[in-house]
Design a protein around this ligand. Structure first.
Ligand code: ADP
Length: 245
């Protein structure tokens, strides 16, 4: 479903991602972990071209893109993005739209779909994330956990092959984290392919098929959580896990 080869990213001539190679199979959940500044968010943002990589290739779904140091064309960007849905740390809902208006916006405007049908699908997804009864409310009247569950529903409305989560719970008060992680776990059980940047190690242990440990712009170690989290081979992984324990 995802195949990344030799991906590289520089900011102002400073390399923040170096020769990144990894792949994700259909239905797999991959968690990206590692210290702050190691390049996790940049890697995730490169996958949907919110950052333009300086080299390498990205394949998602049926779209393969070779990056050559200049921004890809609009057509290529749109095609690659059509395979993924992104959920950000900070929710990013439209403040002047209700919950339902937020989640139907893209299918209506981008896919030009029938409104009645889209609303029906929206109702199903809002039920799924436990937000149906809040469908007519505005984001600022919701808790962070509720807003994030709406943001997840909004991304799912486009039926992406892959869901990308950038630290989806790190802006939340501790008591709201569980409700968001539960929704993501339910998606994992349904076989949704996902790449998740997270600091929640217990969550990664439960949902990940594969954990990638990053440090200094490299993938240092990867494997199933039982291996990377319980029995790491690399010193840097061991150090990181000791530090966050
Ligand atoms: P992580 O998600 O692991 O905390 P990031 O991907 O956010 O790491 O950052 C990796 C490195 O890239 C850091 O050194 C960070 O300061 C740098 N960086 C991230 N975004 C930018 C940017 N827009 N401009 C310049 N440097 C950036």
């Amino acid at each position: 479903m995802i195949n990344v080869k030799n991906l590289m990213k520089k900011f102002d001539n400073v390399k923040v991602l170096e020769s990144i190679d990894f792949s994700v199979k259909k239905g797999e959940v991959v968690c990206l972990i590692g210290p702050s500044g190691s390049g996790k968010t940049t890697l995730l943002r490169c996958l949907n071209l919110l950052e333009t990589p300086n080299g390498g290739s990205i394949m998602i779904g049926n779209k393969k893109l070779q990056l050559v140091g200049k921004p890809p064309s609009k057509k290529d960007t749109i095609e690659l993005r059509s395979y993924s849905g992104m959920v950000f740390q900070g929710f990013h809902l439209f403040p002047h739209k209700t919950v339902m208006e937020n989640i139907i916006e893209a299918p209506l405007m981008v896919k030009k779909r029938n409104k009645t049908e889209v609303i029906k699908e929206g109702e199903v997804l809002l039920q799924k994330v436990g937000m149906f009864e809040h469908r007519d409310k505005y984001p600022d009247s919701l808790s962070g956990g509720q807003q994030q569950r709406v943001a997840i529903a909004r991304a799912l409305m486009m039926k992406p092959e892959v869901m990308l989560f950038d630290e989806p719970t790190s802006a939340l008060d501790p008591q709201l984290i569980g409700e968001v992680l539960r929704v993501i776990e339910d998606l994992a059980k349904e076989g949704q392919t996902m790449v998740i940047v997270t600091h929640e190690m217990n969550f990664a242990r439960r949902v990940a098929d594969k954990v990638l440990f990053m440090d200094g712009g490299y993938i240092i170690e990867e494997g199933p959580p039982t291996q990377v989290l319980e029995n790491p081979q690399e010193d840097r992984t061991k150090q990181f896990l000791r530090m966050i324990d």
